[in-house]
Design a protein. Sequence first.
Length: 100
Amino acid sequence: MKNLRFLKYVGYGILGVGFIFLAIFVTMSLWNWLIPALFNGPVITFWQTAGLFLLSKILLTGVAPGSHSRKYKRDWHHRYNEKYRSCCQEESAEPAGETV
């Protein structure tokens, strides 16, 4: 039974790596089809495309693990809810007929 579970994870790993290679190949094909014709840009290789993928990941999402961003989002959400609740309590404490 453990062998089947291990093989399942190996299969997922192979599929994941295959998907990454396919995405890089598709991006390289689109780049080499469009960029040289439209902008007289360079033709790039597979490994240059992989480098661009890695660079875009670093620039757009950072290198920090995902748990850090979830923690920050949760803390921000908690602070916002506290501020909203205190604002609502102040409004409900004011008399209904008076306006400032």
